[in-house]
Ligand binder design. Structure first.
Ligand code: B3K
Ligand code: ZN
Length: 889
């Protein structure tokens, strides 16, 4: 396939200044008339042809300044010999939205029209310079049958609407802001809206709407509240106001990803809009808030200032993920006192880091490894990755760690002052941060250009007689890093603390600093390959302090330090940095689990160390800890994360070790789990707040542990909870516990659940996912999955449904998926190929499940390689071919 390189960037020869689009909407033959005001850029030779990109379009006519013009489409490029410096070009085409199963461009979902243009979908709607550095103002007229499509929406403001002959009607929209084509959107159909008018800080009124299908209207309140909270937060924290008179969110059931930030008309997967007590879990509520925030925040970071080219994607995505993380943290912290707030912030950080380490670190160690700002791609849709998003957000977070919140804000202000209305690069953002803070960030550029997860090896030395503590930090990349990008030393903000024997923080002062500089957490700037920092003025002849390293996860690195179990148990009990308290427990559990998995993998009998059992017992018994934090501390590292830590991943052994450890923790602390279960009922009406959600999470975690016990008590608890639950979190957790226990109670509950929620697609997704994620038991999960595949409610064309069954099994159930007989791999290959023909983007995501095949024990590798070969031989899309080609390469 053709590979596109960052170094080949060239500005476009022509500018498109205005776009006037006219749509005659029809599911099978939509006619699009596109009139553009085009200007040749200064210095471009007059004979340079204009080449507009198009994909799958039927060309009807082209006129140049009102006169029919010669134009031809070769290989998806419409060449127009304009020969003048400034002109008006009208291109008329038609397309077939109902036949569009890729869900890119214009498509039909449940009888309504939607668009998705990022990254390169606009070219499926009309011929265009479909690249983000071409910014134009759009006027859009939509015409359609009035009865079938009563609502007609596009970006910006509604300026005109009215009837047309033959039962049709039209609406005209004007977006006053210049934008790249990937932010264009239209929606047409039978929809209703929850509406609210608010005033922003300067007093201007704004109309907010959440558009959904009529039956979903009662599930829109939370999305609306989240939108209002997002608007307020962006004004307060960054001084960034909503710039349009109206802001719309629209929900659609068929959508490739989470949501899309189209200017003034955000289009969302229903999963991230609809929520009510009966059908959405606490996690769903939190996700709606986060995604509504994310898309709203793009209005400034992405839309007002956009990307020059797609290699700069992290400019908007890393920054906007960072913003949504901070928003969610503030929202969770807003409810309680200072201690509760700090704990809520730590819990949010823990969730984000868990996900980063499980998915991004693995990506960065595999064949798709790429820098935050990639150097090349075959299919840009394959680069909407956890590296660009989540590692990108960590890179942005490091500016804030280095300069503080105020310094970060100064950088943001300068960024908007310089670049509002422009399409820019990651370097421009870094320069604004540097200039606003009088800093030199040249070295920091490497975070954007070097792939792989850096490791920091730590050595410590304590001179008790002198009260000095030396910390030597050495940074490097793993030897087997799969990337040819440079491996030069990075600027790593490394936050540390030291605990005395009683677990209290020691004041820390570097040897060249005045006494007043002492603080209990110090952010060390590691810039060299190896550097030593010396803390002085510690108590003379004190006990050896315990280091708390990389507090709050101050950089996306792996810390290598030889803690013994006692030190980890001590940190878990005492560290003032809540993130590192959690981290100590995870390290302790990870080490124990990996030892057990190795033993089991070699055919031996594993035992869990009593230090670990006791350390977890202390957390269980510590009622001073916030429930949400306790739940995180008591949740073991995931099987996927653990397998990634092995030299050769053995998912079966990991699953066995983790199950054994859960069983041992359940049995050793049965009374405590029982007590936690009883003590954490939530009183009063259901509220999806962080505090209440934390109580439910801890209680349901306890139920899960109790379900590991051989007696029947947990089954009774779970059955009662299932029946009496007044919210989806408790009902679904109880269903999960019952499913794990198995037997007829599980079958009955699963059936009841299906009947209860038959008409709630998002809940039926959960029903499929839960079953796909059960470990092999009396029945093999692959058989259940194949049976569910033929269930009348299954539909491969709906991405949420495909993800709920297929992805849940292939990516969310490692032990069953990696069965020794390769049955999982055969299923995977079939499904990738089936999806490849329907929806390449979704297919490519599924294809990525096997990209780490070389990491696994030899007995599994052959089966994976064969499945990959089979897909390579049959796949047609650029998307899947790029992924599988790299995996096999
Ligand atoms: N910007 C979109 C992602 C588009 C993905 C295209 N394959 C959603 C987001 O990050 O907010
Ligand atoms: Zn985004």
């Amino acid at each position: 396939p053709t590979v596109i390189h960052r170094r080949d960037y060239m500005p476009p020869p022509y500018r498109i200044e205005t776009v006037d689009l006219h749509f005659d909407l029809d599911p099978h033959r939509t006619v699009v008339r596109n009139t553009m005001r085009i200007v040749r850029r200064d210095g471009v030779p007059a004979d340079t042809p204009l080449e507009l990109l198009g994909e799958g379009l039927q060309l009807e006519a082209v006129t140049l300044d009102g006169v029919a013009a010669e134009a031809s489409d070769a290989d998806g490029r419409l060449r127009v010999a304009a020969g003048r410096a400034s002109f008006e070009l009208t291109v008329t085409t038609h397309c077939d939205p109902a036949a569009n199963s890729s869900l890119m461009g214009l498509y039909v979902s449940n009888g309504n029209f939607f668009t998705q243009c990022e990254a390169e979908g606009f070219r499926k709607i009309t011929y265009f310079l479909d690249r983000p550095d071409v910014m134009a103002t759009y006027t859009v007229t939509l015409a359609a049958d009035k009865e079938a499509y009563p609502v007609l929406l596009s970006n910006g403001n509604l300026v005109e609407s009215g009837p047309l002959p033959d039962g049709r009607h039209y609406a005209k929209w004007v977006d006053p802001f210049a934008k790249p084509s990937y932010l264009f959107a239209l929606v047409a159909g039978k929809l209703v809206a929850l509406e609210e008018t608010i005033q922003i800080a300067d007093g201007t009124p704004k109309l907010l709407q959440v558009w959904v299908e009529p039956q979903d209207l009662p599930k829109t309140r939370h999305a609306m509240d989240s939108l209002i909270a997002s608007i307020r937060w962006d004004e307060r924290r960054y001084g960034l106001p909503l710039d349009l008179d109206r802001f719309m969110i629209v929900a659609v059931g068929d959508f490739n990803m989470g949501a899309m930030e189209n200017k003034g008309l955000n289009i969302f997967n229903t999963k991230y809009v609809l929520a009510d007590q009966q059908t959405a879990t606490d996690t769903d509520f939190a996700n709606v808030e986060a995604v509504v925030g994310h898309e709203y925040f793009h209005n400034w970071t992405g839309n007002r200032v956009t990307c020059r080219d797609w290699f700069q994607l992290s400019l908007k995505e890393g920054l906007t993920v960072f913003r949504d993380q901070e928003f969610s943290a503030d929202m969770a912290a807003g409810e309680g006192d200072a201690a509760q707030a700090a704990s809520a912030v730590a819990v949010k950080r823990i969730e984000d880091v868990r996900m980063l380490r499980q998915t991004q670190f693995a990506e960065d160690a595999g064949p798709m490894a790429h820098p935050v700002r990639p150097e090349s791609y075959a299919e840009i849709n394959n680069f909407y990755t956890v590296t660009v998003y989540e590692k990108g957000a960590e890179v942005v977070r490091m500016y804030q760690t280095l300069f503080g919140r105020d310094g970060f804000r100064r950088g943001m202000d300068l960024y908007f002052q310089r670049h509002d209305g422009q399409a820019v690069t990651c370097d421009d953002f870094r320069q604004a941060m540097a200039d606003a803070n009088g800093a030199d960030l040249a070295q920091f550029e490497r975070w954007y250009s070097q792939a792989g997860t850096p490791r920091v090896a730590v050595e410590t030395a304590y001179d008790a007689a002198a009260g000095r503590y030396r910390l030597t930090l050495r940074q490097h990349y793993a030897e087997d890093r799969r990337s040819d990008t440079p491996a030069d030393p990075l600027l790593i903000p490394f936050a540390v603390g030291l605990l005395d024997a009683a677990g209290r923080d020691l004041p820390l002062r570097l040897n060249d600093e005045p006494e007043s500089a002492a603080a209990t957490t110090r952010v060390l700037a590691l810039t060299g390959a190896e550097q030593t920092f010396e803390f002085v003025g510690l108590p003379i002849d004190g006990a050896t302090p315990t280091p708390s390293l990389l507090r709050h996860f101050s950089a996306p690195v792996i810390v290598d330090y030889e803690y013994d179990d006692a030190a980890l148990a001590f940190l878990l009990a005492h560290d003032s940095d809540a993130f590192n308290r959690w981290e100590a427990g995870q390290r302790l559990a990870t080490r124990a689990l990996l030892e057990m998995a190795q033993t089991l993998s070699a055919g031996g009998q594993a035992r869990l160390s009593e230090t670990v059992v006791d350390a977890f017992g202390k957390v269980l018994a510590d009622d001073t800890l916030a429930p949400a934090f306790r739940e995180q501390a008591l949740t073991l590292p995931s099987e996927t994360f653990l397998a990634e830590q092995m030299i050769e991943a053995d998912p079966g052994a990991v699953h066995a070790a983790r199950t054994q450890m859960r069983g041992r923790l359940a049995e050793a602390h049965a009374a405590l789990w029982q007590r936690i279960y009883e003590a954490h009922r939530t009183d009063g009406p259901y509220r999806p707040t962080a505090v209440d959600a934390g109580r439910r999470a801890l209680r349901n975690l306890a139920l899960g542990y109790l379900a590991e016990l051989p007696d029947a008590a947990a089954a009774t608890l779970a059955e009662t909870q299932y029946r009496e639950a007044d919210n989806m979190t408790d009902r679904f957790s109880a269903l999960g516990a019952l499913a794990r226990i198995g037997g007829t109670a599980a079958q009955d509950a699963l059936q009841d659940f299906y009947r209860r929620f038959e008409h709630e697609p998002l809940v039926i997704d959960k029903w499929f996912a839960l079953q796909a994620m059960q470990p092999d038991g009396a029945a093999r999960t692959i058989d259940t999955v194949r049976r569910l595949f033929t269930h009348p409610a299954f539909n491969l064309k709906n991405p949420n449904r495909a993800r709920s069954l297929i992805f849940s099994f292939c990516a969310g159930n490692p032990a069953a998926f990696h069965a020794a007989d390769a049955s999982g791999y055969a299923f995977w290959a079939e499904q990738v190929l089936a999806l490849d023909a329907l929806n390449p983007q979704v297919a490519a995501r599924l294809a990525r499940v096997l990209e780490r095949w070389r990491k696994y024990v030899p007995t599994l590798r052959d089966g994976m390689e064969a499945a990959l070969q089979r897909v390579m031989a049959g796949a047609r899309s650029r998307d899947v071919r790029e992924v599988v080609g790299k995996a096999l390469g």
